[in-house]
Design a protein around this ligand. Sequence first.
Ligand code: ADP
Length: 861
Amino acid sequence: MRKIRSSVMRPPLAAGGAIMLTAPTASAAESVAQSAHMAAPWLWAAAGLTLGVVATAAALRSQLRAAKDRAAALESRCAALEAAPPAPPAPPPEPEPLASAPEDRAEPDVGLAELAAAVPGVMFQWIERRGGDGGFAWVSPRSTEVFGVAPERLLEDWTRLPIHPDERELWRAGLETAATAGVDWEFEGRALRGDGLARWIKGVARPVQTADGVALNGVFIDFTSERMLRDETDRLRNRMDFLLNFSPAIICAAPVGVGKRPTFISAGVRQFGYEARRLLAENDWWASRVHPDDRARAMAALDGLGKAGALELSYRFRAADGAWRWVADRRVLAPGGDGRPMEAVGAIVDVTRAAEAERAARRAQERLEMVLQSAGEGIYGVDRNGRVVFVNAAALAMTGFSRAEFVASNAHDLFHHTREDGSPHLAADCPVYRTAHDGLARVVADDVFWRKDGDSFPVEYVAAPLRDGDDESGAPAGAVVVFRDVTEARRIRRELESSLRKWEAVLAGSPVGIAVVDSARRIIRVNGYLTEMLGYREEEMVGRSTRLVLPDDSSFERLMDDAYPRLRRGETYRVEMELRRADGRLVWASITGSLLDVTDPATGGVWVIEDISPRKAQEAVLQEKTRELERSNAELEAFAYVASHDLRHPLRLVNSYLELLERRLSGVLTDETREFLAFARGGAKRMDKLIVDLLEYSRVGRGDRPWRRLESAEVVDHARQVLAFAVSDADGEIAIEAGLPTVFGDEIELERLFVNLIGNAVKYRAPDRPPRVALSVAPHAEGWLFTVADNGIGIAAGQLERVFGIFQRLHVEGAYEGSGVGLAVCRKIVERHGGRIWAESVEGEGSAFRFILPRAPGPEA
Ligand code: ADP
């Protein structure tokens, strides 16, 4: 409050001393007016902000005008004051203190009294005596008006001056200092008038040295209204600063038109990373930061501001970090103040977040719409009255109505009005309608909707309550329905059911056992045949492990190891094994398994189980018979061998005695009896031959010679040697193919085979041509195919098989020598060696005897 100002030299007011005095150069009121004036651009800037601020600004403007007026008045008053003779006059010559007897003091002269009355303040003289004692020496009558205290009372006791107690000390100290230092005294403080009104008082005084002490002549001015105005201005400015600094908007002002240096930019521009001070120095601060794509539009808008008076636009604005921010910019035209040209005052707000949020919301909305429209299910929403509020494309396609027909119609009336049987479907019973009212979701599996063309189609749908906004507890606003046309699904289900029934029928009627077994080898399904076969009831088998029917753990494991790897490869597995019946008996079964789904072994497998115990029993019987046959065969062979062997002895006796008889009776025998004897001996001889051949036949296979690998060429060579005489007698030729194979068997028997066949080929030659025999061999699937071909008499087609029978001959006795055992021996030898033999022939041209011998085991020659 107290100011000691730098100064202008002034002549001393009194001759009492050479004191340098300073004088105030501007009044307080002036400074108030100045600061108010300074605030003008701020106030104008504020005009663009809000209506309230504009109103305030208007009020301020009028106050300001008043303040200016008052300041001007004050100025002139002060000037008048300064021009007036210094008040108060020099202290009276009397040495007595003035304060002690005010009434004794000299009255001020008329000029001063008039002046005192004219001055709108209180003039006074204060005497500051040495020793710190001070008080008023004179006070002008206006003190009554200004302070509510009469001058006389103040002269008596200066403390009656109603100064605010807090400022009393300041007052006193100030006067003392001014007196001591000889400087002007200035005081600003509050006075409490008797009427309770606080007044702002400014006091100024100038010290003059007197003999008594220092007299301070001065004036008090009531500047309450100026002070209040100043306070109000300060308050407003603070509020404005606050608003501008903390407003999310950036307030700016610039002369109208693009490229003008701004007159004001609020500090809030720092939210874009800029410093207002620096931007104020740029002509192009705004346009250069508008996004190039938005610039032309923004500048055109700004150009039009002069005409439009206000504008609102949105564009991207570059922040200091280079990022583009969406801003909303509102501009108004406002007077520049003090007669300056009109200004564009703008409020720029960063709406990037809002714009992003809006974009995100829009995108979400679009996505939702897309999902809604692309969903395969029909989807529509209804309000509480059942009116459609939205519908998707699938719902339109399924019902055949257009969007226009759908929207705003009553959904129930449109396509849900009738039940499947043709009876009316009342809206009150409609699940959708009920959901829209009670807020409970419903799933409906069996209903129909009606198409525009009048047909119905079966639907399944879900009705869920539609709620408004966040109100989760309140009543629903409607319902949303998601439905499916289940015509196709029903058809598939029917087909499935029918195929399932068929499958069940197959299962039930199948003449084989069928079991479905899961991947854990638990029985899932069995058919009647299987339960019957194994003596269980169905429920006794289902759910149990397959161990139940397998005879033991090892067979369970074996099946696991053998079957499952193959099943997993997609193969079918077949095995014959015994299963255990409920009564403990074993039953032979053929089991065939395959996986239900090779791509997913976990689905398990299906097993077909056939009861093969009858076949097994038959096989056993057959085996038994075969064994018996083999036994009796062996017995027969043994008998034939023994018989033929033993028969030769008595035959030889018969023969010997016949010879003896012939010799003894040679003289008495007639030709006829001699012939009889010869017949008898011939018969015995022939019988012996038969017995020998029979013996040979029964010997085949009885030898204990080891089988070995044989070169068939060598075997054939031996045979040829045996037959050498017979062949040359007959003038025959035997051609043997080169490269005969290695065979495996009994050497003696194989030699006999070739001897018999080649011997027959020579023996049964045609009478008109010498025998030509060819032995050839060819590889065959079963081994080697040998052929002994001749150009002999041949065999009638009907006899080709008979010739292999024992004692079977095609000729009358005596035509060809032989017993009919040779080919029987051949067949026995070939079969014993694992092959087969047959004959081919063209009667009269020749025969071919063919036989196959298996390949010799081991490396081929
Ligand atoms: P055998 O020669 O001792 O009569 P086989 O068993 O060797 O007895 O022959 C049986 C019959 O087959 C012969 O009696 C003969 O009639 C007929 N046969 C065998 N080989 C030939 C052949 N190469 N050509 C014509 N007939 C043959």
